[in-house]
Ligand binder design. Structure first.
Ligand SMILES: NC(=O)c1ccc[n+]([C@@H]2O[C@H](COP(=O)([O-])OP(=O)(O)OC[C@H]3O[C@@H](n4cnc5c(N)ncnc54)[C@H](OP(=O)(O)O)[C@@H]3O)[C@@H](O)[C@H]2O)c1
Length: 255
């Protein structure tokens, strides 16, 4: 693929930012998106210094119009859209199933599920006429197993795995590959908030086979592979990148 055109949503922090930086180091043509204009313009500037042609476009993934404009701007600027990383997501507020309200459901599902659906809708709109493309959705280990006090997040990330499969089947004959990555605990603000204090994080680390969370850069390396032509026969799949967390039963102490 000659200089791919890449879009990353939720690119201003954490995993999305690491993905954008990794693509910039490969001199990609990049559109980075998020909700905060100042931080976004700063990021695009930083990515430019790393070797990318980069532009920030403000968009809230929950809004159909924002996502439509984001894809239109990408194609207007770079002529096409080769790779899209649908990374924007939220953990919501952890809590028991008895605390769920219509508001707490919307706070998680509107971003993680509707946001991914709207992203794919407009990415397909660009990729179908150009005859192909590659989409990587960001799920989670919470998308392949259950965790207590996280029903909404677990449900939303399982949904990402399912919609990835369905969209992959729609795209396959048109050269569009759709996959998901399911990171385990990864050192970002979302992880810090979700795990609470140091004690909880120590307890989490003690059951992780590698005794540490993943690094955003480790997730980015897998995303770049999945998005690229090196993964040309990979579609409809979820790659779990979790340092072995889901390989076994964590009740037995590791190491
Ligand atoms: N860290 C982990 O342990 C872990 C594990 C598995 C999966 N994940 C997934 O990885 C992805 C990235 O998370 P992260 O860990 O890097 O945390 P993060 O730093 O909080 O990143 C999430 C990003 O999504 C953006 N975002 C949230 N709602 C949005 C919306 N409606 N429209 C546009 N952007 C929005 C956030 O920006 P705002 O400032 O605007 O909210 C933020 O930049 C998420 O999908 C998350 O569920 C994370």
């Amino acid at each position: 693929m000659a200089t791919p055109v890449v879009l990353v949503t939720g690119a201003l922090t954490g995993i999305g930012r690491a993905v954008a930086v990794a693509y910039a180091r490969e001199s990609a043509n990049l559109v980075v998106s998020g909700r905060h204009e100042d931080a976004g313009v700063e990021l695009a500037d930083e990515l430019g210094k790393l070797g990318a042609q980069a532009e920030f476009v403000q968009a809230d993934v929950r809004r159909d119009k924002d996502m439509s404009q984001l894809i239109d701007r990408t194609v207007e600027r770079f002529g096409q859209l080769d790779i899209a990383v649908n990374n924007a997501g939220t953990a919501g507020t952890p809590g028991p199933v008895t605390d769920i309200t219509d508001e707490s459901y919307a706070a998680v599902f509107d971003t993680n599920v509707l946001g991914t659906l709207l992203s794919m809708k407009h990415e397909f709109r660009a990729m179908l006429p150009q005859g192909g493309g590659s989409i990587v959705n960001v799920s989670s280990t919470y998308g392949v197993m259950g965790f207590p006090d996280a029903t909404l997040y677990v449900g939303s990330k399982h949904a990402v795995v399912g919609i990835t499969k369905a969209a992959a089947l729609e795209g396959a004959a048109h050269g569009i590959r759709v996959n998901a990555i399911a990171p385990g605990f990864t050192q970002t603000a979302l992880y810090e908030n979700f795990t609470g204090g140091d004690d909880t994080r120590d307890a989490v680390n003690s059951v992780l086979p590698m005794h540490r969370p993943g690094k955003p850069e480790e997730v980015a390396a897998a995303v770049l592979y999945m998005g690229s032509d090196k993964a040309s026969y990979l579609t409809g799949q979820t790659i779990v990148l979790d340092g072995g967390l889901t390989a076994g039963w964590p009740l037995f102490p590791v190491g």
